[in-house]
Structure formats: structure tokens, C-alpha cells
Write a protein that binds this ligand. Structure first.
Ligand code: PRP
Length: 186
């Protein structure tokens, strides 16, 4: 493990190594390249957590692909969702009409965020909308979702790194680690 400041005092154990992540993202990129051959999909990345995954995934895709970003959050700096999904686009809005959209997300938990984002994109006239998530916690699902691409199915533990945060911290870790419970329960 790289010598990130204080990492050993906050991370209980490494769940996914850099190498495991690299191999899986390469595999998912190849699948998307194959399954979208002849089309030019739009990667619609959900800020903030998906930025690292999106960046690696895009480099693993070998067909023409676009990228755009929206902000969607229901957690803020809390560990329990507020129940409301706040969706925001950049200036000028987002034109997805007639596009094959692949939503790129870092983690699907209850499914609340992506249910709201999917509806938002369908209402805006997207031709197709599929979901590509780095992590999935299926046992936490409340809102049923069809997740087409998923890198890792993980247990219900608080994980950080590779874009995922706790209170805006630890996103820069190149691996996924389980946060020590005393960090988020204190
Ligand atoms: C996280 C994550 C997903 C959402 C998943 O976002 O990035 O968007 O929670 O949870 P759900 O399936 O229960 O909706 P968060 O609100 O923490 O924002 P962030 O990506 O900026 O950290």
C-alpha cells in the first residue's frame, strides 16, 4: 500500500487492489466496445464519485465514445441518504436526445440515485439508457434497477478509494478499502 497520509489509521483492509481494478475495467471496456460497435455511445458520468472510474473506463473503450457529466447526490457529507436526489447539469443543460447513453457510476447502493437519473435521461429523449457501475451492493437495493455492466459486487461495508469518499475524503486512493467503523461512527 502506498504511503498515503494516515491511511493505515482509517483503512481496515484493502478490498480491491489496483491490479484487480485495472483488469476488470479493461474487461468491461472491451465488452462495451464490442456491444456498442457501430454506434457512438455517450458516457454520462455521475459526479463526483465516478470521475476516476470514468477516466480509466474511457481509455479502455476502443470505439468512438463521448463523455459528459452531471451532478447527482443524495448523501452530501452524511453517510445516510437525505432521500432527495439533487440532479444538476452544467450551463446550457444536457442534450441526450437520440443518444445511446451509458450512465457511469461509482457505486449503486439503494438504487435511488440511478432510478432518478435514468428517468431524467429518458424524459430528455435518450434513445437507450444503460448502467455501468464500478461497484454494486445488491443486498442494499430498495429501488430495483437493471445494471448492465458492473465491475465488482461487494458486501455491505463502508468502502472508500478509487473515487469513493467518506465526508469528501479518501477519493484519491488507487485501491478500494474498507473504512474502519470507528471513523464513521464517532
Ligand atoms: C453516492 C454514489 C451514488 C450514490 C449511490 O453518491 O456516487 O451516486 O451514492 O447510492 P444510492 O444507490 O443509494 O442512490 P453521493 O451522494 O455520496 O455523492 P458523491 O458521488 O459525490 O460522493
Amino acid at each position: 500500500m502506498k504511503d498515503f497520509e494516515n491511511v493505515n489509521s482509517v483503512i481496515e483492509r484493502v478490498l480491491l487492489t489496483e491490479e484487480q481494478i485495472r483488469d476488470k475495467v479493461t474487461e468491461i471496456g472491451a465488452r462495451i466496445s464490442d456491444e456498442y460497435k457501430g454506434r457512438e455511445p455517450l458516457m454520462l458520468c455521475i459526479l463526483s464519485g465516478s470521475f476516476m472510474f470514468a477516466s480509466d473506463l474511457m481509455r479502455a473503450i476502443t470505439i468512438p465514445v463521448g463523455i459528459s457529466f452531471i451532478y447527482a447526490s443524495s448523501y452530501g457529507d452524511a453517510s445516510v441518504s437525505s432521500g432527495e436526489v439533487d440532479i444538476r447539469t452544467g450551463k446550457g443543460g444536457l442534450d441526450v436526445s437520440g443518444r445511446d447513453v451509458i450512465i457511469v457510476e461509482d457505486i449503486v447502493d439503494t438504487g435511488r440515485t440511478l432510478t432518478a437519473v435514468k428517468k431524467y435521461l429518458e424524459d430528455k429523449g435518450a434513445k437507450s439508457v444503460e448502467i455501468c457501475t464500478f461497484l454494486d451492493k445488491p443486498e442494499r437495493r430498495v429501488f430495483p434497477l437493471d445494471v448492465k455492466y458492473m465491475c465488482f459486487d461487494i458486501p455491505n461495508e463502508f468502502v472508500v478509494g478509487y473515487g469513493l469518499d467518506y465526508a469528501y475524503k479518501y477519493r484519491q486512493l488507487p485501491f478500494v478499502g474498507v473504512l474502519k467503523p470507528e471513523i464513521y461512527t464517532k
